[in-house]
Each structure stands twice: as structure tokens, then as C-alpha cells.
Ligand binder design. Structure first.
Ligand SMILES: Nc1nc2c(ncn2[C@@H]2O[C@H](COP(=O)(O)OP(=O)(O)OP(=O)(O)O)[C@@H](O)[C@H]2O)c(=O)[nH]1
Length: 882
């Protein structure tokens, strides 16, 4: 017996179907509901090298979108398309690609959705899958977070030998923050040392949810090669054999298996019993099904199991994780995984509303839009923002809202802006207002990306992912809105220009390098190339040191900047000298200043301008969180932990009508605030001591409308006045009492074998000056609370209560009775805070200390003042390299 999609996949490969245009470009808006219901926006997340790209290549091949399977090791994959990615064999930028599963062809009618999926699975109908491949390396965590925002579901790929690795935990937790439904694919089960059971238990303990084992591995003869999987949902064995591309799959029912592989058949039954028991604990409908089928675990139809799993996966917080098995490099397990993507992960219609910020308040997009239909409550959330000036008619003109989640410079097509549309449509030719840049541009062409080729479309609708080409400004992370009737130079009214979709916190950069063009004639090209790099990746920061004239590029990690350098020199062919990659220290003041009044009164660009301001600065003591804005005061916290507090007596944030007599007609309070913030931020970017960015400093600004604003006041004048006044105050503070340097301190989680624990702890605390916060067994509940503290207080799970089939090869083969419940109990976790300077090149040292087995993850925990001697050493080193 051959299973349906195996036949389907072979047919598609033979004819190599091109994408049905009917499914893409000629749809009317009324067909959108169907399209949304049959869409899955999913990501593949994991630790580096778990096999995400390898699995993605198979998905595209079985979906009929590539003719041959790309190989990571040969550098021939579709998703790792940057030369730097191909050279290193790792994914750096997430790629977004659309394909269909099960495959479609032009001869097939458009899918008709049944009333319910009680008798057939969703995977029997072609679905539109938008797949985002994300990088696994810690330096690109921000890239992962950026992609997560647009996902409706995720497949987490684990290496069946390594199990749950440090980076997996980190990305998993981040996905949990966005309540993204997830499932797991345990890959590489063909490798020597593969331990399915141990990995399943690690999932429970380290990812805080119950693993629902949907498939068990099929080892030839019980302990030979990995040849297929036992399907606990449909009670069958799936055997990959014959064709080397994995397209031929043979299915055997339990009876057939009982004759030839009785132990395997029994294991499938065990897995089914465990699955029904687990689901029954979380799903009342499954209990009913169980009773209806005379309490026979095996009698419940597979489709009902799928339905129950789906309900569990869609619950937030997710307490059940479906687990699948395979070896994608050997083409085993990918087609059923694709079925599970369609069957278990949600459509865009089943996802909660995206979070927005609007006029500094949070709410959801549909609150904003739905409230528009009710004249009574025109605001995003009346409770949270009682006084927005947004009118119903204004919201009604908001016909589209999208997030640019990725910008890529394509050699053939130019700059591609990947967007996820959250409401309404983006039509070809629409004017898009960019609420981050406060400017509009037209969307000349819209595309859907299919592996190696793109298809032009007329519009991209809510729930869909697509590409806009020809945009000159939009950057990764920008919110784009379509406002009916908006002129290119205009602004949407009622504060809609401040609407931000799912804003994310960009962590402060901790490394930087200098960039100098080889000659003046090269300068323009270098600057243009840097501008594209920055559009692609907002976690890169560019600044110009005014004293030396040098351009500084700052980023999240050593590798992050190395890749940026490679892209600049090799891909963009920029001719520039790139300096050493160095740590980005900060400086902070140690004395407060009295109020300083400054009045700018000079021509700018040939026009007389005037603006006044009062400023004082003070060191910040300890953590000072975000402050609620008052009626006459507004506070901003910068990424470096500075607080900019602006008091604007007379100018109420909630009553713009009263501003008329106080503010010149060409200005508005939001515009004034943003100019003040920009001016103050620019001066904080260069401290008075050494030119490092200023951190942990409180800036107080007072803007007295009656004495500081004039008919000649412009936004530029306000910004310049703020910049000069803040710089002068910082200098005054530094003269009174010298500023001190601050260094980035990392929160580090290290996983090591028991035998190397002592050496690693010794190295961290003595040689590197780190502070060990906790030492745990990786399986203890405490261990996880320190490293991957769950946003939702997810439970600690006892591994001995988790079902997993026996591992035939693992040295300490699990028995449920063993004290560790089948986990590798010699695994220990160290959590420490260590200065970044001491962590440079740590991986090599950790490998040396642990015989190559230790792994670690780290993230910036904050900046800390350096002691006098340490500061002196750092300054001397910097002078040496001068
Ligand atoms: N034996 C075996 N090797 C595999 C399997 N899947 C992937 N690999 C190999 O593992 C290595 C990493 O695979 P990738 O697909 O690049 O992993 P990735 O998770 O995309 O890696 P990053 O993009 O760098 O995060 C490559 O050498 C693959 O050939 C598998 O099922 N079995």
C-alpha cells in the first residue's frame, strides 16, 4: 500500500508543476477567506546545524518547487542564497518562500473546503505554505526574533544526537513569548548515537511541555539502520525505500507489521495509548471519543486524534508538543511532517490579533479597526488611551496594514521588501505610508516568491506574506500602512502616523568596527552599500565619529560584523578598509548638572531659525523602568538605558486644540517631542570622555512653549538646540567629575558534562572574572527557570512520566524507573554573568575544557561600570591600537 502524498509527490516530480496562477494573482478579494483558511505562515527554528536548511530543501522538492534536492554541504540550497551563507554552510538571513502542500497543479480545481474536518484531515487539501527559514547562530538571534513576529506556527528541528541544545531553548522561549504554536521534528536519527527517547524526555524537561510522541523511529530489525517511522496517529509503519529521493514510501498496517516486526507493531500501539492518555488529560472531547470507542485507545480514528492534537497545539500557553521523527538528509520523514504542518498549525485566521502601539499606547489592530465602526469608541483601547484624537472616519480609510519583516538586496531584482499583511490589502501601485520613517512611497510591483522564481501578483491580502519591489526606503521592521486618498507628501491623520505593528526591542550593539573608503571616489558606493546593509538589518548601527570623521559600524556579535564586512566587500564590492572588530564600551557621567538654558538663533540653510530649551543631566541610580507619560510630560528610554524626560507645561498630550495659541501652525506636539528626542539621542551617541555612547544617564528637558517656541522655530532648530544643550551639559558633568567607562556584561548559560564542571566553573569565575549565578543538573526544574524562564509559568515536568520508546543504541538506555527518567543525568548547566571582553573566543576554550562537548548561549545582560584598574587597562590597549 502506498500512501496518498507519496503518490502525489512522485506525480508532481515527474511533471514538475509550475505554480497555479489561479491560486495567486487573479483572485478577487472575496476569495481571500478561502486563501487565508488554507494558508500556513510557518518558520523552522532550531539550534545551529540541527538540519533546518536540509529539511527545508526537502519540503520544496516534495512540494514540487525544485527539480533536485539542494545540499547544504555543496552550497546548492535554495534558502541559503547569500554567498556568505553558502561559503559557511549556515543560514544568516531568514528566507521566505511559498509552496503548496500537498502539491497542486493547474489541472486541479481550486480546493473546496469541507464544512468540517471531522472525517478528513486538512492535509488532504492543497495548502499555501509560506515558509521562513531562520538562522540558528546566536549572533543572529535578533534575525530569528524578527521572523518570529510574522509566523503563525513553527517547526522546531532537533538533532537526534545532540538533543535539546542551548540555542533551541532560547529560540523556543522567544517563540513562546509570541504564543506561536510549535511542533518538533527530531532529525538526524540515522546518525550513530541518535537517542530519540532521551531527546523526547529533554523536550519535556527543558521546554516545559508534554511531548506527544506521534511517531516512533523504525530501526531495521529493531536495532539496525533507521528506515522509517511508526505512525501512532494512523497506526501504521511508513517505510522509505526504493527511490533515493525519498518519494517512495510504503505503508504497512498493524496487522502486516505484527507478522514481520511484532516489537515495532507493539511500540506503535504503546505510542498510541500514551498519545490518547496524554490528550485526554488536556482535552475533554478526546475523553468523549475514548468513551465512545469503548475505552479502546486503538479504535479512535486517526482524524480525531489529529483534531485533538490541533486543539492542544492552538492553546496558549502550549502544554502539549507533537513530536515527529526523521532524517531529512536521507529523505526520511519530511512528507508526514508537512502533513502535520497543515493539520496542526493554525491559519492566519486562527491567530490572535497582532499587537500594535499607537500614540505610545498598546492595543491590538482589530480593536483599532473595529472600534472605528462604533462612533462611540474611536480609540484603540479606551481604557488604555482615553484621549486619542482618532476619528471613526479616519480609521475607515486605513485600508491596509503590513509589517516589512525582511529586506534583501537581490542581484537580479534589486531590493526585495518581504511583508506580512495584517489587515486589508496592499494593491499594486498603492501609496504606502511608512510609520517608522514618516514618509510615503509607492509599491510599484508585488511578488510571491517560489523557491527560485517569483510570480507577479496584483495584491497581497491580510494573512499573506509577499514581496514588494521598487521601494527606496522601507527597512526591515518598518510598519507600512495604506491610507485611502493619501498624497505622497501627506501624513495620515489622527495619529495614525504613529501606528506600529509588533514593535520589537533592538538590543544594544556590543561590538563595532571602523570603515574607511579607499578613496574619496569610493565614498558614495561605500555609503550606498552600507545604507542597504542597514535597511536589511536594523540590528546593525552606523555612526560617524565627528572628530575623526570615521564611520563606525556596530553590531550584536563578532560573527555578525564579520558577515556584514564580507557582504560589504564581497557582495557589494565596496572598496574600503575595515578596522579591527572591537567591543563597544559605554561611558556614563558621575555628577549631576544644574539646569542650563540654551537658545539657538542662527540661520539654517539660509533661513533664520530660533528655538530655546532648558536641560539638566544626572547619573541614573540603578534600574529605572519605563515611566507612564503624564498630561504634560513624556519619557523615553533609549536602548542604552538612558532616560530622556521632557516636560512640556501648557502643552497637554491629550488636548491638541488647546495648542493653537502656543505652537506655531507648522509644528505639532508629537513633531516637537520627536525632534527633542532625536537631538538628545544624537548627543548621547558620543560621550565627552572617550567618544563612546553614553549610558545610564537621565536627561531632563523642559520646553516652555511661551518662551522657547517662535514663529521661526523649525523641527531642525529644535533638534539642534536639544543636541547642543545636552552635549554641553554632558561636558559640564564630565568636567565636574570624570565620566567612567561601562562594559557589556553577558548572561551566559553553559551546558557541560559533569566531569568538566569543575574546570569550566574555575575558568569562568577565576580566569574570566565572571560571577556564577547557579549550578544545576540540566534536568532539574531550577535549571530551566534560570536559563529559559518561561513567560507563562509553564510547568516543571517529571521525565519519568513521559512516554518515549526505548532507545536501542543509547549507552544508558532509558527505563522509566531510572532516577533521571531516561535523561543524560550527567549533563550540568552553569549560569553566570561574565564581562563580554572575557567571552571573546570562548567557544574554543570551552571545547578544550570539555573535550568538544560543551555548548553555551549568551545574551547582553546590561552594562556595568568598570573598576579603575580595568578601565585603565582597556584605555591603554585602545591607545596601543590607536
Ligand atoms: N546524518 C545526517 N546529517 C544531516 C541530517 N540533516 C542535516 N544534516 C547535516 O547537518 C549539517 C547541518 O545541516 P543544515 O541543514 O545546514 O542545518 P541548519 O540547521 O540549517 O544550520 P544553520 O543554518 O547554520 O543554522 C549539514 O552537514 C547537513 O548535511 C540528517 O538527517 N542526517
Amino acid at each position: 500500500m502506498y500512501v496518498g502524498w507519496a503518490w502525489c509527490a512522485r506525480r508532481v516530480i515527474r511533471h514538475h508543476v509550475t505554480v497555479s496562477r489561479r491560486l495567486l494573482s487573479t483572485q478577487t478579494h472575496t476569495q481571500q477567506e478561502l486563501l487565508s483558511r488554507t494558508t500556513r505562515n510557518i518558520g523552522i527554528i532550531a539550534h545551529i546545524d540541527a538540519g533546518k536548511t536540509t529539511t527545508t530543501e526537502r519540503m520544496l522538492y516534495y512540494g514540487g518547487y525544485t527539480r533536485r534536492i539542494g545540499d547544504v554541504d555543496e552550497g546548492s540550497t535554495v534558502t541559503d542564497f547569500l554567498p556568505a551563507e553558502r561559503a559557511r554552510g549556515i543560514t544568516i538571513q531568514s528566507a521566505a518562500i511559498t509552496f503548496h502542500w500537498p502539491p497542486v497543479n493547474d489541472k486541479q480545481p481550486l480546493p473546496q473546503l469541507p464544512e468540517s474536518f471531522d472525517t478528513i484531515p486538512r492535509s488532504s487539501i492543497p495548502h499555501n505554505i509560506n515558509l521562513i527559514d531562520t538562522p540558528g547562530h546566536a549572533d543572529f538571534t535578533f534575525e530569528v526574533v524578527r521572523s518570529l513576529r510574522v509566523l503563525d506556527g513553527a517547526v522546531c528541528v532537533l538533532d537526534g544526537v545532540a538533543g535539546v541544545e542551548a540555542q533551541t531553548e532560547k529560540v523556543w522561549t522567544q517563540a513562546g513569548h509570541y504564543h506561536i504554536p510549535r511542533m518538533i521534528f527530531i532529525n538526524k536519527l540515522d546518525r550513530a548515537g541518535a537517542a530519540f527517547s532521551r531527546t523526547v524526555k529533554e523536550i519535556g524537561v527543558r521546554l516545559h511541555a508534554w511531548p506527544a510522541v506521534c511517531q516512533v523511529p523504525w530501526w531495521k530489525g529493531g536495532n539496525g539502520d533507521f528506515i522509517g517511522v511508526g505512525d501512532a496517529v494512523y497506526l501504521r509503519g511508513l517505510l522509505w525505500q526504493g527511490a533515493t529521493d525519498g518519494s517512495q514510501i510504503q505503508a504497512f498496517d498493524l496487522q502486516q507489521l505484527a507478522e514481520n516486526s511484532p516489537d515495532f507493531a507493539n511500540e506503535i500501539k504503546n505510542a498510541r495509548v500514551a498519545l490518547v492518555e496524554l490528550l485526554s488529560e488536556h482535552d475533554d472531547i478526546m475523553v468523549e471519543q475514548f468513551l465512545e470507542h469503548d475505552e479502546d485507545h486503538l479504535a479512535i480514528p486517526g482524524v480525531q486524534i489529529i483534531q485533538s492534537l490541533r486543539r492542544a497545539v492552538l492553546k496558549a500557553p502550549q502544554s502539549i508538543i507533537p513530536v515527529f521523527a526523521g532524517a531529512s538528509f536521507h529523505n526520511i520523514g519530511v512528507q508526514p511532517l508537512l502533513d502535520a504542518v497543515v493539520d496542526l498549525l493554525p491559519s492566519p485566521l486562527e491567530r490572535p490579533d497582532p499587537e500594535i502601539t499607537f500614540d505610545k499606547h498598546t492595543g491590538t489592530l482589530s480593536e483599532l479597526i473595529n472600534n472605528a465602526s462604533s462612533e462611540k469608541s474611536p480609540s484603540v483601547s479606551r481604557k488604555k488611551q482615553p484621549n486619542t484624537s482618532l476619528m471613526v472616519s479616519e480609521v475607515k480609510n486605513l485600508t491596509g496594514c503590513a509589517l516589512a519583516f525582511k529586506v534583501v538586496n537581490d542581484a537580479k531584482r534589486g531590493v526585495l521588501v518581504y511583508v506580512r499583511v495584517y489587515s486589508g490589502f496592499i494593491d499594486r501601485g498603492s501609496t504606502l505610508f511608512n510609520t517608522n520613517l514618516q514618509s510615503a512611497e509607492r509599491a510599484p510591483r508585488l511578488l510571491k516568491m517560489y523557491a527560485n522564481h517569483a510570480v507577479e501578483v496584483d495584491f497581497i491580502a491580510a494573512g499573506q506574506i509577499g514581496v514588494i519591489t521598487g521601494l527606496k526606503q522601507a527597512r526591515t521592521g518598518d510598519t507600512l500602512i495604506v491610507y485611502r486618498g493619501l498624497q505622497m507628501k501627506g501624513q495620515p491623520p489622527g495619529g495614525l502616523n504613529s501606528l506600529q505593528l509588533r514593535p520589537i526591542h533592538v538590543p544594544p550593539p556590543v561590538f563595532f568596527t571602523s570603515i574607511e573608503p579607499h578613496s574619496l571616489s569610493e565614498q558614495k558606493h561605500v555609503q550606498e552599500s552600507l545604507a542597504i546593509l542597514l535597511r536589511e538589518d536594523p540590528s546593525l548601527h552606523l555612526s560617524v565619529d565627528e572628530e575623526s570623521g570615521q564611520t563606525h559600524l556596530a553590531g550584536m556579535g563578532d560573527l555578525h560584523l564579520k558577515i556584514a564586512r564580507d557582504r560589504l566587500l564581497n557582495d557589494f564590492k565596496a572598496k574600503a578598509r575595515i578596522g579591527k572588530i572591537e567591543i563597544g564600551y559605554r561611558e556614563t557621567i558621575t555628577a549631576a548638572t544644574p539646569s542650563y538654558t540654551y537658545e539657538l538663533d542662527r540661520p539654517i540653510a539660509g533661513k533664520p531659525t530660533k528655538a530655546g530649551i532648558i536641560v539638566s543631566v544626572a547619573p541614573m541610580e540603578g534600574e529605572e523602568g519605563e515611566q507612564e507619560d503624564g498630561t504634560f510630560e513624556t519619557t523615553y528610554i533609549t536602548p542604552d538605558g538612558n532616560r530622556i524626560h521632557i516636560s512640556h507645561p501648557q502643552l497637554s498630550r491629550h488636548d491638541s486644540a488647546s495648542h493653537k495659541s502656543l505652537i506655531p501652525p507648522h509644528l505639532s506636539l508629537p513633531g516637537i517631542l520627536s525632534s527633542l528626542f532625536n537631538g538628545a539621542s544624537a548627543s548621547l551617541a558620543r560621550g565627552p570622555l572617550n567618544g563612546f555612547s553614553v549610558a545610564n544617564t537621565a536627561v531632563s528637558i523642559t520646553l516652555d512653549a511661551s518662551t522657547h517656541l517662535f514663529p521661526e522655530t523649525t523641527p531642525t532648530a529644535i533638534s539642534m538646540a536639544a543636541r547642543t544643550a545636552v552635549s554641553t551639559s554632558l561636558r559640564t558633568a564630565c568636567d565636574a567629575s570624570p565620566s567612567v567607562l561601562m562594559e557589556p556584561v553577558m548572561f551566559v548559560t553553559i551546558f557541560v558534562h559533569e566531569s568538566s564542571l569543575g574546570a569550566v566553573v574555575q575558568d569562568i569565575s577565576s580566569a574570566r572574572g565572571g560571577q556564577v549565578i547557579s549550578l544545576d543538573t540540566a534536568s532539574s526544574p531550577n535549571a530551566s527557570s534560570t536559563s529559559s524562564s518561561s513567560p507563562d509559568d509553564l510547568p516543571s515536568i517529571n521525565p519519568s512520566l513521559i512516554y518515549a520508546p526505548r532507545d536501542p543504541f543509547a549507552p544508558n538506555s532509558s527505563s522509566p524507573e531510572s532516577s533521571s527518567g531516561g535523561l543524560a543525568d550527567s549533563q550540568r548547566q552553569i549560569v553566570a554573568r561574565v564581562p563580554l571582553k572575557e567571552m571573546v573566543g570562548y567557544l574554543n576554550q570551552l571545547r578544550a575544557l570539555t573535550g568538544g562537548r560543551g555548548t553555551f548561549v549568551m545574551g547582553v545582560d546590561g552594562f556595568e561600570r568598570m573598576g579603575t584598574q580595568r578601565q585603565r587597562d582597556v584605555m591603554e590597549k585602545m591607545r596601543e591600537f590607536g
